[in-house]
Design a binder for this molecule. Structure first.
Ligand code: PLP
Length: 452
C-alpha cells in the first residue's frame, strides 16, 4: 500500500542533501570538534559553518547560536536560564530592580529561600559568582524577591512544563489566554507585566504546533523591549516555514529543532542575543565556550546547518506551493464534509498546517481509520494513562471537549504533491462518514418519511 504522510509538524524526513552533508562526519571526518589535530579541526570547521548557516536563517550572529539536543532542551535552557540568572543576581543582593522591595516572608509564591535559589540556578556546581559558600549555607534562610514569567496558554509542553516546574519552586507565571484564532491580546500582555515581583521573561511561541497560528512577534517584542523584559520564542514550528528575523522581532532567545526542518532528530539550537544574562543548564567540559558542555554532535550540527541553508533559499517558493495545496485540502474538505470547521483560520498561519473539527467523531478513531487506508495525520490530543485528554490548545481557543476530541491536524511538507492531496480528499470524507454512521450520538440526516 502506498502511504501519504501529512504529519510534518510531528517530524520531517531528513532531506537527502542534508544526509549527504552529514555522512562524512560519521566516518571519514569523525574527529572530536574540541581536538586540536587535523581530525578535530575538520569537525570544528563543519560545526562553525553550521553555526553560520543557522544564524543566517534567523538574522543572527554566529556567536549567538548554541547547539542543543533539540527544541525541548533549547526551551528549558531559555526559561530556566533566565529565571536562574534573575534569582542568582538578586540572591547576591543585586535586586532585580532597584524598586523591588525584599519580600520578608517565605510563604508560597512570595519569596524564595536560598535552597530554592540553588534549585532554580542549577544546584551545586554553579560558577563561583553565585555558588553559596559553606558558611553562607549555614546562615538563616535569606528571602529574595521571586521573578515573574509570562507565557501563552498554548505553548508546547516543552515550555509549559518548564514553567510549571518553576512554579513549584515559587516563581510566579502568568499564562495568557488566547482568542478563537489562538492569538494573545496585546493589551492583556501589557497589563500582565509586573514590578512586584518583577517580570523577567515573556515567552510566546512563534507558530503553534497544532493550529499553525502565528503570534505577532514584532508587537510582542516591542512591548518586551519597552518594559526591558527578556523575550523568548519557541520557533520550532515556524523555522523554515515563515521568515524569522531576531532583530525585527526584538528577540533575546529563540528555540529551534532539527527534526521539524528536514534535519535529524536530537539536534537543535538556542539563539541567545549577546549580553543576555542566562544561567547555563548543563555543567561539564568547555564545549561551546563551556556554556553548553558535551561533545558536539558534529554530524547532527552539520545536518541542521545544511537544513537551515536549504530552508533560507527555498522558503518563499516552498511556502507558496505548500499553502496552495493546504488551501485546496481545506476548502474541499469543508465543501464535502458537513459539520466541519477549520480552527484558527482567522489568524496568519504557517502555510503547511490545517486543523479541522469533524463534529461527532473521535479524533483518535479517525486517525486509525485513515492510517488503515494509508494516510498519516494526527490529533492534537495527548494520550496519558489510557485517557485521551482534549488538547490544551483547542480548549484554550474555546472548543468544547467533544469538539477538541473531534479535531485532526494535517501538516504538509516539502515533498507533498497534488496527488497526495487528491488521495487525502478521497479517503477523509469517506472515513468521517463511516465513523459518523457508527456514532450513537452524531445526529443522522433526517430519513425521508415512507407513506404506505
Ligand atoms: N516546541 C514545539 C512547538 C514543538 O512542536 C516541539 C516538538 O513537537 C518541541 C518544542 C520539542 O522539540 P524537540 O522534539 O526537538 O525536543
Amino acid at each position: 500500500m502506498s502511504r501519504v504522510y501529512l504529519d510534518h509538524n510531528a517530524t520531517t524526513p531528513v532531506d537527502p542533501e542534508v544526509l549527504d552533508a552529514m555522512l562524512p562526519y560519521f566516518s571519514g571526518e569523525y574527529g572530536n570538534a574540541s581536538s586540536i589535530h587535523t581530525f578535530g579541526q575538520k569537525a570544528r570547521a563543519g560545526v562553525e559553518t553550521a553555526r553560520e548557516q543557522v544564524a543566517a536563517l534567523l538574522g543572527a550572529r554566529p556567536q549567538e547560536i548554541v547547539f542543543t539536543s533539540g527544541g525541548t532542551e533549547a526551551d528549558n535552557h531559555a526559561i530556566f536560564g533566565i529565571a536562574g540568572a534573575a534569582v542568582a543576581s538578586s540572591s547576591k543582593g543585586r535586586a532585580l530592580s532597584t524598586n523591588v522591595p525584599a519580600i520578608s516572608s517565605t510563604s508560597e509564591g512570595s519569596g524564595l529561600s536560598a535552597d530554592d535559589v540553588e534549585a532554580i540556578s542549577g544546584g551545586p556546581g554553579l560558577s563561583r559568582d553565585v555558588t553559596p559558600t559553606a558558611q553562607e549555607r549555614l546562615q538563616p534562610l535569606k528571602v529574595i524577591p521571586v521573578p515573574h514569567i509570562i507565557a501563552t496558554a498554548i505553548e508546547h509542553e516543552a515550555v509549559l512544563n518548564t514553567c510549571q516546574a518553576l512554579e513549584k519552586r515559587g516563581i510566579s507565571v502568568t499564562y495568557l489566554p488566547v482568542d478563537r484564532d489562538g492569538q494573545i491580546d496585546l493589551q492583556a500582555l501589557h497589563d500582565s507585566l509586573r514590578e512586584h515581583p518583577e517580570t523577567v521573561l515573556i515567552t510566546a511561541m512563534h507558530a503553534n504546533n497544532e493550529l499553525g497560528t502565528v503570534q505577532p512577534l514584532e508587537e510582542i517584542g516591542q512591548i518586551a523591549a519597552e518594559a526591558d523584559v527578556y523575550f523568548h520564542t519557541d520557533a520550532v514550528q515556524s523555522a523554515g516555514k515563515i521568515p524569522i528575523d531576531v532583530n525585527a522581532f526584538k528577540l533575546d532567545l529563540l528555540s529551534l529543532s532539527g527534526h521539524k526542518l528536514y534535519a535529524p532528530k536530537g539536534i537543535g539550537a538556542l539563539y541567545i542575543r549577546g549580553g543576555t544574562r542566562l544561567r547555563q543548564l548543563l555543567y561539564g567540559g568547555h564545549h561551546q565556550r563551556g556554556f553548553r558542555p558535551g561533545t558536539e554532535n558534529v554530524a547532527g550540527i552539520v545536518g541542521l546547518g545544511k537544513a537551515a541553508q536549504i530552508a533560507k533559499a527555498s522558503l518563499a517558493e516552498d511556502a507558496k506551493r505548500v499553502a496552495a495545496l493546504r488551501d485546496t485540502l481545506e476548502h474541499t474538505l469543508l465543501q464535502c464534509v458537513p459539520d466541519s470547521r477549520v480552527n484558527g483560520a482567522g489568524a496568519q498561519r504557517t502555510p503547511n498546517t490545517t486543523n479541522i473539527t469533524f463534529s461527532g467523531i473521535e479524533g483518535e478513531a479517525l486517525v486509525i481509520a485513515l492510517d488503515l487506508k494509508g494516510l498519516a495525520c494526527s490529533t492534537g490530543a495527548a494520550c496519558s494513562s489510557g485517557a485521551v485528554e482534549p488538547s490544551h490548545v483547542l480548549t484554550a481557543i474555546g472548543l468544547p471537549a467533544e469538539d477538541a476530541r473531534a479535531s485532526l491536524r494535517f501538516s504538509l511538507g516539502h515533498h507533498t504533491t497534488a496527488a497526495n492531496i487528491d488521495f487525502a480528499l478521497q479517503v477523509i470524507p469517506a472515513a468521517v462518514a463511516q465513523l459518523r454512521g457508527l456514532s450513537p450520538t452524531y445526529r443522522k440526516p433526517a430519513k425521508a418519511e415512507v407513506h404506505p
